[in-house]
Design a protein around this ligand. Sequence first.
Ligand code: UD1
Ligand code: CA
Length: 459
Amino acid sequence: MKYAIVLAAGKGTRMKSNLNKVMHHVAGKPMIGHLIDQLEQIDVDESYVVVGYQQEHIKDYLKERVNYALQEEQLGTGHAVKMVDQLKGKAGKTILLYGDVPLIQKETMELLYETANDYDMVILTADLEDPDMYGRIVRGKQGEVQKIVEYRDASESEKHIQEINTGIYCFDNELLFKYLEDLTNDNNQGEYYITDLVEMFAQNNHSIKTIRVSDIDEVMGINDRIQLAKASHWLQNHINCHWMSEGVTLIDPNNTYISADAMIAQDVIIYPGVMIRGKSVIGEGTIIYRGSVIQDSTIGNGCRIESSKIIDSTIKNEVNIGPNAHIRAHSVVEDKNRIGNFVELKNTHMGYDSRCAHLSYLGDSVIGQHVNIGCGVVTVNYDGVNKHKTIIGDGAFIGSNVNLIAPITVGKNTVVAAGSTINKDVNDGDLVIERANRVDKEGYGIKYKNKPKIEKGKL
Ligand code: UD1
Ligand code: CA
């Protein structure tokens, strides 16, 4: 059997944050999310996340994807593993991961499981020029691993060791839980260290194998905001290089933010400052200009999107959007639309080849095909208590500065005259005009302009 344990109970004091460390984002996703995504891609029988500090937050995010164990008091990494009662005494191999080492890739996890078939413990190590505060791997004369010493407990000569503990291990599960019982907290931090198991295994002649990781960035531990930024940078670079090699142009790859879950077709061009978040999909030949944010949305082929925000929505093919449009709440924009500057669409379906080119709000609406929405049109969808629907038929022409008070249906091939405020349905083919009567006052313009000025202080 294959098991996995992820430690995520600690607060993460060095982050100086009210948020649990593993919920901080690396390249747009919480650290723990990256880890669990990788774990789910390999064959593991049971996965456990050890939670404590802000456990509800982590559970809300991961839901039923994993099992949980609770560590009420954070007494150290060894103590945290011991909390996974569910695995006590079970035969199998257990991979142990730290929630704050989130960039580990599934291939490395698989290699650990594989190697653990022949050893009682496998430790992933790395050689660092600057071994910083990581635990050090202490070896004997024959190169055999003797123990791991934490930085805070290390002697001066041990601090010079450059081979460090990445915090990723694979254990024989029965031996793991057997030796956990013997851990003590006799060290600088007064904690039960999982790393002390190494010396116990060595002294009791259980076999230990170390694997040196090839890419040291993959095992970066994130304890503070500087390391967080470094990890984000590494992962973003990894993602961006992947899409460039798949035929996507990034005008400035150092200033382009693409989530690990996005999909981008070839010949897409992405300008600086663009963020593509969540599970977004971008179709072939689409150009996304400066500063656009696209989140959990699908964009079709051949679109142009300029400095706009698109959230939880679907844009079909050859659609022009922006600059500064805002499309959200499950809106759908069919082929060949034009959604212009300062237009907001909320929960709105725009039919084929329609336009809404300037300064408008369309909420909770269904718009037909070949419809023209003039400048400054507002669907008045909210009465202060409830939201109401607006329906506009195919071929309708809605003049500028029209208010459509919902619920309302405007029929096919209708014209609503500019400046009208209407609150009753319009029949197919009609023209409707609803404005105040015009009053002309002869010469009053000149009179108005020549009004005497009131002296200062006399008001
Ligand atoms: C740990 C290792 C160190 C290694 C480094 C790699 C130990 C004792 N030290 O040090 O050898 O080089 O990681 O990044 O293991 N946690 C709990 N409960 C606790 C304490 C910690 O769940 O009581 C979790 C934390 O949330 C964190 C992880 O365990 O995700 C690691 O803890 P942390 O305090 O960051 O360990 P390091 O000092 O970085
Ligand atoms: Ca750490």
